[in-house]
Design a protein around this ligand. Sequence first.
Ligand SMILES: Cc1cc2nc3c(=O)[nH]c(=O)nc-3n(C[C@H](O)[C@H](O)[C@H](O)COP(=O)(O)OP(=O)(O)OC[C@H]3O[C@@H](n4cnc5c(N)ncnc54)[C@H](O)[C@@H]3O)c2cc1C
Length: 320
Amino acid sequence: MAEVLVYVDHVDGAVRKPTLELLTLARRIGEPVAVAVGGGAAGTAGVLAEHGAVRVLTAEAPEFADYLVVPKVDALQAAHDAVSPVAVLVPSSAEGKEIAARLAVRIGSGVITDAVDLEAGEQGPVATQSAFAASFTTRSRVSRGTPVITVKPNSAPVEAAPAAGAVEALAVSFSAQATGTKVLSRTPRESTGRPELTEAAIVVSGGRGVNGAENFAVIEALADSLGAAVGASRAAVDAGWYPHSSQVGQTGKSVSPQLYIASGISGAIQHRAGMQTSKTIVAINKDAEAPIFDLVDYGVVGDLFQVVPQLTEEVNARKG
Ligand SMILES: Cc1cc2nc3c(=O)[nH]c(=O)nc-3n(C[C@H](O)[C@H](O)[C@H](O)COP(=O)(O)OP(=O)(O)OC[C@H]3O[C@@H](n4cnc5c(N)ncnc54)[C@H](O)[C@@H]3O)c2cc1C
């Protein structure tokens, strides 16, 4: 059976959820072969095997941490050349998209970014994308070379599918460009204890209606009751109520969770662009005419300061 390369996003051997989702999609088009590089790469094999990787190609070298993305592209290209896969799947993070684009240029292939679904097709894998602020859904396939496809988080379920997961060392020779940009230092972001916004299964967002930085505690309490990440509209971010890194939308992060709860957000096209592919959308807004209600699955017309705390209380009560 044809093999599909899956680029593994991991932190010191801990595999991030979007990679496991890629394995689910990869199994639709062939046998997944995972490529894990950097410190702890070998430690990823167990969980990758549990989720369908028939082989795990690993490479550990200081270059992966000491320089920007080119060493990773070198490794993925080495894997591509060794395996001759039917497709290369990469998580749709900023880094993933850079790796995918560079690889596609090198191997003379087409690249599809931000796919939200993937299926086998007679002439190669067919990717679904959501375009123009999710006004259109497109289905496309790469017509030249090995398709390189980046897939948004939360586009597929994580499924157990035990496979051999045989670990093999991947020989990588680094290109001249690999050591061009050295990382001099790293400052880890202070953890909120909440899931990463772009990967979270549930996102609770607040907008101008939250009316102040201190009031975001109401949004955070609901998020914490659900184990969710916190997002914000640009209006809330620009007002200094929440960090820019939490902005959802055209000029912020793009999220595609199972559940998106928008509180005090009007639903401007630029906000929708970053959340419209969420599976279930709930909005709480005191204005029944707010445009956000045009795209919701469930809408509550009401004051968020009354509705959100009640919702939090109810969620907590049901958990107890
Ligand atoms: C080039 C460009 C890029 C942009 N990029 C982004 C982006 O990435 N992300 C983004 O979000 N925006 C972006 N914007 C801004 C966007 O156009 C809107 O201005 C912004 O999304 C509005 O944020 P908001 O919905 O929080 O505020 P508003 O539009 O002011 O809406 C606030 C809502 O809160 C409701 N409300 C008020 N009080 C309460 C209450 N107590 N209870 C319940 N509801 C209440 C109101 O009825 C209203 O609907 C961009 C704009 C431009 C021009």
